[in-house]
Design a protein around this ligand. Structure first.
Ligand SMILES: Nc1ncnc2c1ncn2[C@@H]1O[C@H](COP(=O)(O)OP(=O)(O)O)[C@@H](O)[C@H]1O
Ligand SMILES: [Mg+2]
Length: 315
């Protein structure tokens, strides 16, 4: 089996096959550097999500080292909002990760279907991601690739907790490979919509780069768009480094202008000017959105009660 074949060039190719003790059942999704399958762990007879990384990543020594280190650290974090990792390893030159299968949608799909979300849902989702990120930071782990595609939204337990959010993909960022997310063969592998200025300029990063990325995600949850949209990647990288984000309240009459200040602080160009933690950002967001609505919020049905439409994934 060649590397490309074992990675799964074509969606159906691996279905029914066995990889490292897992039987591949269906493709769940693919990003620029990995394909995620629904699979069955044959030893424990349980469903898992099996992520197979692109063969070129397995050939990159820096990536392999970090993959091994960070999958260990991520596996050691036992947190309700971090997808539990069962196993990470290598077979036939392919790096794989087996993790809990999360039944639901990712936030990318949810935003593509729903558009901007009601403020209570936005803050609930942000708070769960923030608690996961702060826990990771406490373990000395920086996510580096917080984006809607890495936030999985499953049905929650009750009406007080309508959704349960999981963060995934620690340490798997393409940004460690190259600045612009292009692979060695020049293929674009991801989005630059959520990348912090210090990641772009190659400075050392800490948890505050995740505060920035989370703020980009929150901006998109509230407005339907990430803070910066530009025609090409260079212009987008420039905007992250030098441009002021547009106010979120402009298109949301139910949001007070206080929220603009909160987003501006979380999206500050210099990490020292941001909130010190993700939960501090979300606490400020919640306080600001409660304080000064320009128009009362309209009650919304829970996300899970809405009709489901087919969507075109956007990465
Ligand atoms: N543990 C999981 N359970 C269920 N689906 C998952 C899981 N992990 C990832 N997925 C799905 O697979 C898709 C592809 O994942 P990935 O290769 O990481 O690409 P990206 O993060 O760029 O979206 C995700 O967007 C998500 O919908
Ligand atoms: Mg992902």
């Amino acid at each position: 089996m060649s590397e490309a074949r074992s990675y799964g060039e074509h969606p159906s190719e691996l279905v029914g096959r066995q990889i490292a003790g897992y039987r591949v059942e269906a493709e769940l999704g693919r990003g620029g550097m990995a394909v995620v399958y629904q699979a069955r762990d044959l030893r424990l007879d349980r469903r898992v999500a099996l992520k197979l990384l692109a063969p070129e990543l397995a050939r990159n020594d820096t990536f392999r080292r970090r993959f091994t280190h960070e999958s260990r650290v991520a596996a050691a974090i036992d947190h309700p909002h971090i997808v539990p990792i069962f196993e990470a390893g290598e077979t036939d030159g392919v790096l794989y990760i087996a993790m809990r299968y999360v039944a639901g949608r990712d936030l990318r799909q949810l935003l593509d279907r729903e558009g901007p979300l009601p403020i209570p849902a936005a803050t609930r989702i942000a708070a769960q991601v923030a608690s996961a990120l702060d826990a990771a930071h406490d373990h000395g782990l920086v996510h580096r690739d917080v984006k809607p595609g890495n936030i999985l939204v499953a049905p929650g337990t009750d009406s007080d907790h309508p959704e349960h959010v999981y963060l995934t993909d620690f340490g798997l960022t393409k940004k460690s490979l190259s600045l612009t997310g292009f692979t060695t063969v020049g293929q674009f592998v991801g989005t630059l919509d959520y990348v912090a200025p210090e990641q772009i300029s190659g400075k050392p990063v800490d948890g505050r780069c995740d505060v920035y990325s989370l703020a980009c995600v929150v901006h998109e949850i509230l407005t339907g768009r990430p803070p910066f949209r530009r025609d090409d990647d260079m212009a987008l990288l420039w905007a992250h480094q030098y441009d002021d984000p547009p106010p979120v309240s402009a298109g949301r009459p139910d949001l007070g202008t206080a929220v603009d200040g909160v987003l501006a602080k979380a999206l500050a160009k210099t990490p020292d000017d941001r909130y010190g933690s993700c939960l501090a950002f979300v606490a400020a967001l919640r306080a600001a959105s409660v304080r000064a609505p320009r128009r009362p919020a309209v009650p919304e049905p829970p996300l899970w009660a809405r009709p489901v439409f087919r969507h075109q994934p956007r990465r």
